[in-house]
Design a protein around this ligand. Structure first.
Ligand SMILES: Nc1ncnc2c1ncn2[C@@H]1O[C@H](COP(=O)(O)OP(=O)(O)O)[C@@H](O)[C@H]1O
Ligand SMILES: [Mg+2]
Length: 256
């Protein structure tokens, strides 16, 4: 297999409830180094299940997931914690600890997984937060922050251990348009500055068309389309066309 691909998925099948819910039905996907891939598709089609396989939180019924050439199934349990350092993950609701300060939220992975001194942790957390545009007091609690600020904190926590793969599960869902734009520019900034291999699960077609190197459109557990944003625009798959049309209707409704 090629070393150019940071993640390779081959023949991935996954079902639940003893095979009654067939969710992923033969997924083949490559994620080349340093690229940004958007995974689009209707709700319930298996996008989050796919990301959980990449993280090694779910195990395939059939097929394999290779990360840096290594089949996840072959990584012994004792090496999993070490392996997971390669991933950063931004969850939909940012998944911050409500009762911990901004600072402690971002420091958490360092306290859990490293032996850095308090001084080193302080320096790293402060640098990362200010780099992501968070100015002001880091002793505030998450509920004192706007949606966009929470995303910045979630992102700071996701990258604090310097991952090489960054996964986002619906980073803009439920946000207002201005905050969405902010999150889009953060995704772009992360990719450009840190050369991360990025995977974004989303419903957000404009963001995908703007930012993605590749788009994968999942439907009914299969990859219905894979290609560049330009190819996606020209794609004649009925469901992709329906998605694009729905998007245009939404845009028209917004500008009227
Ligand atoms: N741990 C699980 N156990 C049983 N069913 C699950 C589990 N995780 C996801 N599913 C089912 O798999 C399907 C796809 O879910 P998901 O990947 O979350 O969809 P989405 O594309 O919206 O992210 C859904 O029908 C969901 O109910
Ligand atoms: Mg999901």
């Amino acid at each position: 297999m090629s070393t150019e691909n940071v993640i390779e998925i081959r023949g991935l099948h996954k079902s639940f409830r003893n095979g009654r819910d067939k969710v992923l039905q033969g997924i083949d996907l490559d994620f080349p180094k340093g690229t940004l891939t958007y995974i689009l598709g209707p709700s319930g089609t298996g996008k989050s299940v796919l990301i959980k396989h990449i993280l090694g939180l779910l195990h395939p019924d059939q097929g394999e997931i290779r990360v840096y050439g290594k089949n996840l199934a072959d990584i012994p349990d004792r090496d999993l914690a070490e392996h997971r350092k390669v991933y950063g993950m931004l969850f939909q609701n940012s998944a911050l600890f409500d009762d911990r300060s901004i600072f402690e939220n971002v420091a958490f992975p360092l306290r859990e997984h490293t032996r850095l001194t308090e001084e080193e942790i302080t320096k790293k957390v402060n640098n990362t937060l200010s780099h992501l545009g968070l100015k002001g007091r880091y002793d505030k609690l998450p509920n004192e922050l706007s949606g966009g600020m929470k995303k910045r904190v979630g992102l700071a926590r996701a990258i604090i251990r310097e991952p090489s793969i960054l996964l986002y599960d619906e980073p803009t869902t439920g946000l207002d348009p201005v905050t969405r734009t902010t999150v889009d520019s953060l995704i772009e900034q992360m990719k450009r500055e840190l050369q991360l291999t990025s995977v974004v699960i989303s419903h957000d077609i404009p963001s995908a068309l703007l930012l993605a190197d590749h788009i994968a459109f999942l439907n009914q557990g299969k990859v219905a389309f894979y290609g560049t944003p330009a190819e996606f625009r020209k794609c004649d798959h009925p469901l992709v066309m329906a998605f694009l049309e729905a998007e245009q209707r939404t845009v028209k409704a917004l500008v009227q």
